[in-house]
Write a protein that binds this ligand. Structure first.
Ligand SMILES: *Cc1c(COP(=O)(O)O)cnc(C)c1O
Length: 425
C-alpha cells in the first residue's frame, strides 16, 4: 500500500505538532533497527528497555514459530496450558525465594495494578483491611490510573490528577540523605497502618535513572517487615539482567512479598507480564467464600505464544553465559564512563550493572527542557537511538552490543556535550 495523506496513527509520548513520526523500521537484528532508507540504527535503549539479549534472538523466534502452530489465545479461566504452567514453575525457580504463585497479565502497568490489588485483597481477606500505599519520590510504575497514582506527579499526569488516588511518598535516598528516607518510612508506618511499599529496586528508571545502593532496599524491607507492611518490588525495568543480576532484589538479599516483571520477560519479543506473590497472599484469597476471589483478568492473560517466548528466554538464561555477558558489559561501561567522571560538562556520572547514565551540565534541566529533543535529534542523525530524559543521557543496550558499538555511542555523547551542552549553558 502506498501512503495516502497523513497517518492516522497516534504515537506514545509524541508531540505530533513538533515531531511527526515518519520513519518506518522494516527489520530488526541484534542491536539494530533497520529503517526503510537502509540505515542501521544502534538501539542503545533496547526499544524502551524491553530487548535484553538482542532483537530476534534465534531461540525465541523459533519458540514463537513452534507455538503459533499449536496455539492462539486460550481463555485462562477454566483452562490452563503447558506454556503458562512451565513458565510459572520456571519463574518461581529463578525468582527470589518465597514467591510461590504467578498471576499473568500483559504489561508492566497491569503487573503493578495486579500487585496493588493483591496487597489490598490480602489485608481485606485477612480481616484487617489496610489501604495505605507508600511509594518513593521519582518513582515510575506505568501509565494506567493506579500505576500513575503511585508514580511521580508532574507534567505527564497533571491532566489526570483529579482521578489519581493519594499515596504517601518517601524521599529518594540520595547519597548522604539515606537515613532520611528510612526515617520517613518508619514514621509513616508507625503513624498509620500501611498496606504496602511499592518501589523500583536499585534504580528509578523513567524518573531519571536515579540509583541507590542495595542496602537501602534491605533496610526498607526490614522496616516493612516490622509493621506487617508488604513489599512490592517493581522489577519491570530492573529485571532480566539490567542491574547485573537476574533480578535487582538479589543484590539486596531481599525477597519481596510481591514481584512485578514484564519488559524483558520474553527477551522483548512479545508483550507479557507476571506478578509473583507469596503463598500467604494467595492463601488469603483461597476460600469457599466466592467474595474472596481475586477479581482481575485481562483478555490476553497468559497468551500461550508470549509464554512460549518467555520460556525460550528462561532457557537462554540457563544455556548461555548471560551473567558473564552482563559482567563484561558492566565492565565496558565502567571503562568508558571513567573519563566522564572528572568532566565538568557532565554531572552525576553513574552506573548500575548494564545501565550507564550521566547528566549533561546545562542550565535548564527537566523533561520539558529543549535539551532532550535536541540531544535526541543529534543522536538520531548519527544513527543512534538514544532518548535522553531531559538532560539525563543514558545507555541501556541489548546485551549483544559490542565494545566498538559502545565506543560509537560514547563518542557521540562526548560530541553532543560540545555541540548541545555548550549552546545551553
Ligand atoms: C516501563 C515500566 C512500567 C510500565 O510498563 P508498561 O509495560 O509500559 O506498562 C512499570 N514499572 C517500571 C519500573 C517501568 O520501567
Amino acid at each position: 500500500m502506498t501512503s495516502q495523506g497523513p497517518s492516522p496513527v497516534w504515537h506514545p509520548f509524541t508531540q505530533h505538532a513538533l515531531e511527526p513520526v515518519t520513519t518506518r523500521v522494516i527489520r530488526t537484528e541484534g542491536a539494530y533497527l533497520i529503517d526503510e532508507h537502509g540505515h542501521s540504527i544502534l538501539d542503545a535503549i533496547s526499544s524502551w528497555w524491553v530487548i535484553t539479549h538482542g532483537h530476534r534472538h534465534p531461540a525465541i523466534v523459533a519458540a514463537i514459530h513452534a507455538a503459533v502452530d499449536r496455539f492462539d489465545q486460550i481463555i485462562f479461566a477454566e483452562y490452563t496450558h503447558e506454556p503458562a504452567e512451565d513458565l510459572a514453575r520456571g519463574l518461581i525457580r529463578v525468582a527470589p525465594p518465597g514467591l510461590a504463585h504467578v498471576f499473568y497479565s500483559d504489561s508492566g502497568s497491569t503487573a503493578v495494578e495486579v500487585a496493588l490489588k493483591m496487597a489490598l485483597g490480602f489485608f481485606r481477606n485477612s480481616g484487617a483491611p489496610r489501604s495505605r500505599i507508600v511509594v518513593m519520590e521519582h518513582g515510575y510504575h506505568g501509565d494506567t490510573i493506579g500505576a500513575m497514582s503511585a508514580g511521580e506527579r508532574g507534567v505527564f499526569n497533571a491532566a489526570y490528577s483529579p482521578l489519581l488516588f493519594d499515596v504517601d511518598t518517601i524521599p529518594f535516598p540520595a547519597a548522604g540523605a539515606e537515613q532520611g528516607t528510612l526515617d520517613a518510612f518508619e514514621q509513616i508506618c508507625s503513624g498509620r497502618e500501611v498496606a504496602t511499599l511499592l518501589v523500583e529496586p536499585l534504580i528509578l528508571g523513567a524518573g531519571g535513572m536515579k540509583m541507590y545502593p542495595p542496602h537501602l532496599l534491605t533496610e526498607l524491607k526490614r522496616i516493612a517487615g516490622r509493621y506487617g507492611t508488604l513489599l512490592i518490588a517493581d522489577e519491570v525495568m530492573s529485571g532480566w539482567g539490567r542491574t547485573g543480576t537476574l533480578f535487582a532484589c538479589e543484590q539486596a538479599g531481599v525477597s519481596p512479598d510481591i514481584l512485578c516483571i514484564s519488559k524483558g520477560i520474553t527477551g522483548g519479543a512479545l508483550p507479557l507480564a507476571a506478578t509473583l506473590c507469596s503463598a500467604e497472599i494467595f492463601d488469603a484469597h483461597l476460600s469457599s467464600d466466592r467474595s474472596r476471589t481475586f477479581f482481575h483478568s485481562s483478555s490476553y492473560t497468559a497468551n500461550p505464544i508470549a509464554c512460549a517466548a518467555a520460556l525460550a528466554n528462561l532457557n537462554i538464561w540457563q544455556s548461555e553465559p548471560v551473567l558473564e555477558r552482563l559482567k563484561s558489559l558492566e565492565h565496558m561501561h565502567r571503562e568508558r564512563l571513567a573519563p566522564f567522571r572528572s568532566d565538568p560538562r557532565f554531572l552525576n556520572v553513574r552506573q548500575t550493572g548494564t545501565i550507564a547514565a550521566l547528566d549533561l551540565n546545562v542550565s535548564s534541566s527537566g523533561y520539558l527542557s529543549e535539551v532532550g529533543p535536541k540531544l535526541k535529534h543529534f543522536f538520531r542523525q548519527r544513527d543512534l537511538l538514544i532518548r535522553p530524559l531531559g538532560n539525563v543521557i543514558y545507555l541501556m543496550t541489548p546485551y549483544c552490543v559490542t565494545p566498538a558499538e559502545l565506543d560509537r555511542a560514547y563518542a557521540a555523547i562526548d560530541e553532543a556535550a560540545d555541540v548541545i551542552g555548550m549552546a545551553n549553558k
